[in-house]
Design a protein around this ligand. Structure first.
Ligand code: GTP
Length: 561
């Protein structure tokens, strides 16, 4: 019962409705706001990454260019006379290396055949190496300064990069090669790239598009490794094909990343700055949590507010319902419900009260119809029974008498049959009016059905028969007065049976006695009254006992029309 009540309750429905509203609005807000924030923040992060990539590329370009220029300047100052003298060349290299150690692994000189003949600082395995294996060696012989592809040093085994520039004699003929090599992570070269961090998960890559190789990276493990094969990292593929800028794409490891690319000036390289999308959007994550938290708080608030609103707004309704329940159970009499406020609930209560008053009116009408005759409006047999009980009780208490006059019209049927039922009805109403005039205040005139009436007379003094006789005579006289109907003048009579009692008889016996006496009056020639022979003196006295053919019989004026 309780569960059903909660299930059907307005507050349950309102609460569920409120929660649904919050849920829908939270989902909408979540999608719209998060979508917007993701887009905006990703763009901001991508732009920032582009700036960083561009700065790094410029910086790396500058460092490479600085070394290339230095190497070219050295080459231009190299005394060609030293070429045959290895000790002098080493001394020359030492002086310049110590003066400006831009190449961390030192400087070296190769002869016209491309074989390294001297280096400083001396490195095991470097001398006697042939440069002719380098892909761009031919370009050096044509006069270009070349940035060699990075490789693991055959001498030290560390990732290095070398630069080569031609050495010329006084006539400008290329007679050798001056080179410098540096470890990639040497201080002042690309060490800053390897040490830099972009958040806990971001990374920097220096990429050689030709070799599809990572030259340097903030993740040391990636240095000199190959890029993922084509098709596994769409953005990187685009960058290798020449795209510079930024974007969001799925990396080879399946993570959605923001990537920004910038070309390193003076080199074929490019710098890539990458960061997982989720890590780049901390505000979005916080906003997600905020919306979820806000939704929960809103939900709790709405439930509380709805419960409070229910308690406050519907309190009069609950009171009214409780009162109506008690009225229905019969614990309270039917009465208007209190109207506490002029709101919708008040309106509903007023409407209920209006309905209630109409119901009571209708009930009263039904009650009246159940106890009264429709044609004459007189009390019917049922109502007479009630009045008789009351009259007998009253007579008992007041020690006075009650008389019952049973009246049956004489000659009504011919009028009814000849003039019609409608005229008969008018006659019955006229007879009612006349008998009413005869009856005293407090007496009850009832219609028993057909042309039978009963007059219940109370508060009779001794001898009771006397008062009843007087009334019977008045009734006979009143009924016998001419009836002026549309069809002409007619006359009726009435036969009256009288039964009296001191209040100790029962109502049925009194009625039966009067009825019997009325038949006696009919037998006596109609238009007269007969008093029932026995007079009640105790409960259950049979007033219609044998021997009562006729008590007192008196013709009362003309009885026939
Ligand atoms: N118009 C009309 N007639 C009714 C009504 N109720 C009964 N009657 C008629 O009243 C008549 C009563 O018949 P009786 O009592 O024999 O009439 P009567 O001519 O007075 O005869 P006695 O009583 O023997 O003197 C019948 O014809 C019924 O049809 C009514 O409500 N309206």
């Amino acid at each position: 019962m309780m569960i059903k009540r909660i299930h059907c309750s307005l507050v349950t429905r309102l609460t569920l409705f409120g929660l649904l509203l919050i849920l829908v609005s939270a989902v909408l807000r979540y999608n719209i706001l998060i979508g917007f924030l993701e887009k905006e923040q990703a763009q901001v992060a991508a732009d920032q990454q582009s700036t960083i990539a561009s700065y790094l590329a410029q910086d790396i370009g500058y460092r490479v260019q600085e070394r290339a220029s230095y190497l070219e300047r050295l080459a231009s100052h190299f005394p060609s006379a030293l070429l045959g003298d290895r000790a002098a060349m080493r001394s020359w290299l030492q002086d310049h290396q110590q003066l400006l150690p831009l190449f961390a692994q030192g400087l070296f000189v190769a002869d016209g055949n491309g074989t390294i003949v001297v280096d400083y600082p001396p490195l095991d395995g470097r001398r006697a190496l042939s440069l002719t294996n380098y892909p761009d060696y031919e370009r050096v012989l044509q006069g270009a300064t070349v940035l060699c592809p990075p490789l693991n040093s055959p001498a030290s085994g560390k990732p290095i990069i070398a630069m080569l520039t031609p050495l010329r004699d006084a006539s400008g003929r290329i007679v050798g090669v001056l080179g410098g090599s540096s470890e990639l992570n040497a201080p002042g070269f690309l060490d800053h790239l390897q040490q830099a961090r972009l958040g806990p998960t971001g990374s920097f890559l220096l990429v050689s598009p030709q070799q599809k190789m990572i030259i340097a990276s903030s993740d040391e493990a990636l240095v000199l490794t190959q890029l993922p094969s084509a098709g596994r990292d769409e953005l990187m593929d685009q960058a290798l094909a020449g795209y510079r800028g930024n974007g969001v794409g799925i990396a080879a490891n399946g993570v959605n990343e923001i990537k920004a690319f910038a070309s390193v000036p003076g080199t074929p390289w490019l710098v890539a700055v990458t960061m997982p999308l989720a890590a780049a959007l901390p505000t979005v994550e916080r906003t997600r949590a905020l919306i979820a938290r806000g939704g929960v708080i809103q939900g709790v608030m709405v439930v509380l507010l709805l419960v409070l609103a229910y308690l406050w707004f519907f309190r009069p309704l609950r009171r009214a319902a409780a009162l109506a329940d008690r009225m229905t159970r019969g614990e309270l009499p039917l009465s208007p419900l209190p109207v506490e406020r002029r709101d919708e609930v008040g309106h509903l209560t007023m409407a209920f009260n209006g309905l209630l008053s109409r119901l009571k009116l209708h009930q009263a009408e039904l009650q009246h119809q159940a106890h009264h005759d429709v044609l004459t409006g007189l009390p019917n047999r049922m109502k007479l029974a009630e009045r008789m009980e009351a009259a007998l009780t009253h007579a008992c208490r007041e020690r006075n008498g009650v008389a019952l006059l049973f009246l049956d019209l004489d000659g009504f049927k011919p009028i009814n049959d000849t003039l019609g039922h409608k005229a008969g009805d008018l006659v019955l109403q006229e007879v009612t009016r006349r008998l009413h005039q005869v009856a005293r205040h407090g007496d009850t005139l009832a219609r028993m059905g057909g042309d039978e009436f009963v007059l219940l007379v109370t508060d009779l003094g001794e001898p009771y028969e006397h008062g009843a006789q007087v009334l019977a005579e008045k009734c006979i006289k009143a009924v016998s007065e001419p009836l002026h109907l549309a069809q002409g003048e007619y006359r009726l009579g009435v036969s009256v049976g009288i039964a009296v009692c001191d209040g100790s008889c029962d109502a049925d016996s009194l009625l039966q006695a009067a009825d019997k006496a009325m038949y006696a009056a009919k037998g006596n020639g109609r238009g007269c009254y007969v008093i029932a022979p026995a007079r009640a003196s105790g409960t259950g006295t049979d007033l219609s006992a044998p021997g009562g053919t006729a008590g007192t019989t008196r013709p009362a004026g003309s009885a026939h029309s």
